[in-house]
Design a binder for this molecule. Sequence first.
Ligand code: F6R
Length: 638
Amino acid sequence: MPTSSKAVASSPIYRGPLPHITTVERLPVTVYDQPGDASRAVAREIADLVTQRAAAGKQTVLGLATGSTPVGVYDELIRLHREEGVTFKTVVTFNLDEYWPMPTDALQSYHRFMREHLFDHLDIPAESIHIPDGTLAREKIPAACAAYEEKIREAGGIDLQILGIGRTGHIGFNEPGSTVESRTRLITLDSVTRSDAASDFFGEWNVPTQAITMGMGTILGARKILLIALGEHKSKVIKEMTEGPMTPRVPASWLQEHADATVLVDAAAGKDLTASVTPWALGNIEWTDMLIKRAVIWLCEKTNKAFLKLDDQDFRDHNLHQLLRHHGPAQKIANRVFQWMMQTIEYHPAGTEAKRVICFSPHPDDDVISMGGTLIRLVEDGHETHIAYMTSGNIAVFDHDAARVADFATEYNRMFGIENERSRAVLAAVLESLRNKQPGQSDIEETLKIKGLIRWSEAKFGAFKAGCKEEHLHFLDLPFYRTGTIAKKPISDDDVQIIYDLIKKVDPHQIYVAGDLSDPHGTHRVCAQAIFRAVKRIEAEGGKVPDTLLYRGAWQEYELHDIEIAVPLSPGDLARKRKAIFMHESQKDEALFPGSDPREFWQRAEDRNKGTADRYNRVGLPEYYAMEAFVRWNGVPI
Ligand code: F6R
């Protein structure tokens, strides 16, 4: 359920609903607990509109988007069609954009995306579907764009336009600088957009530099607009587009001028909205413990003061009179928060009695990157420390690394006289296919296996550096990931069963789960979902539910107010952790999917762990060298 346009509800990060408050947003924003809630709401709105208009004998013209955001909406539309008999025969569609140049059948083509994610599963007549054509010769594009506009006009204009948003603030591919009047045209993609698309193309260098997109004017001409944003990586741009000025620097901000545009976000994408960050600045609120903690930490950061140095005037100067009145004086409130935060510091996260723990690592290196110091501590504390590698991570291995290993294996076999026909054939096929591989093409099965093996052996040696034993390492290779492409299969009972079996076998007291609300390819979220499903099943069967702690992947750290357990690390711990990360050679120096952060993974990890310790220190807590942070799972499946 949405919490209202003005509140952020509970989630693995946000504990307890924030109060209903007035808003500073210049556009209606609805914040949903979970991405699935937002997707279902949009799908329902589309289905209702289509059904109502069909009943009145009218067609419905939909403007459609691609990318990771609308996938949940499309899945729900398919479900509504299959299970509730909603028909889409009266629908006419216009897609926002297509890369140029782009063959219609290429893995990355939006034509293919729409077929696979939606059109193949609904009853929309083929002749009612329109998508810009990425195969056109350059000189034919202007006329084709004008014809596209004409078709939209002939169809009576767009009734409902679905939008995602890029981190540049683009809608469609209208990059910063696009004017409000712009119409369908060829556009040059921003470098941020190309880097975000890198994973779909197996490397940024393969991403086309141009695309054909509906213009800002075309989009704003729609009668109703729903913009969806999911995940933390969208939170900054969502704040800018909804609370900032209308500016060509953030094309989506022009939606503020539209008469019927709504923004739907999940809690992660809504986290930077004023309503989430400083709700007390917007009106009367009820001061829960969580809000008190957030407000006081925020005040320390604003005033650059430690908890125990805050005084009444600091509260008054920063709009916190109410808090002071209800819970003051300052020293009383500050001392409460100080005590809460002191209690988060935990040198022995699984206690000092020998226990069994499992760290679930979505990719083969998340364990050491995100909690390598804690793994070292768990082993030192005498716990039986298991690591379960959930996916092979094979798509993130460079072709040249796979070729090098295949070449090594060939020479090795020859040197020791252990060649046989089968190994010769496999290795030759791998080397041959890598030599002839076209940009953006996926790998043959044997190459994927070699890439997976590279990561498996790196994972083992990384875990050894942390002190783990080989018999405690589990390479789950979950089926949902085994597509060889960025697009993954949905989580299935088979994935959950594998995790369930492992938990039953190891019978852990504590487990660690990557609890990211957003990672670039969504793998962390999917892995967490599968683990939570397995734990819920164990709970339903009356089994022992392990203490479940969440950690963040390589991208972000938890906010100070969210942290429930902070494990202090010494310079020696951090140096050992770095060596463990170094074992992941295929991801070192240059990663295939580095994201927008130019630092290597070990650098990110160190900056982040030192940064957490520094943040603790700045609010007047003990001064540690580095810290790894965790929150406790609140038992709600995501
Ligand atoms: C897609 C489109 C783009 C995306 C945006 C967000 O047709 O026009 O504006 O909506 O780049 O992409 P995702 O959803 O992948 O984050």
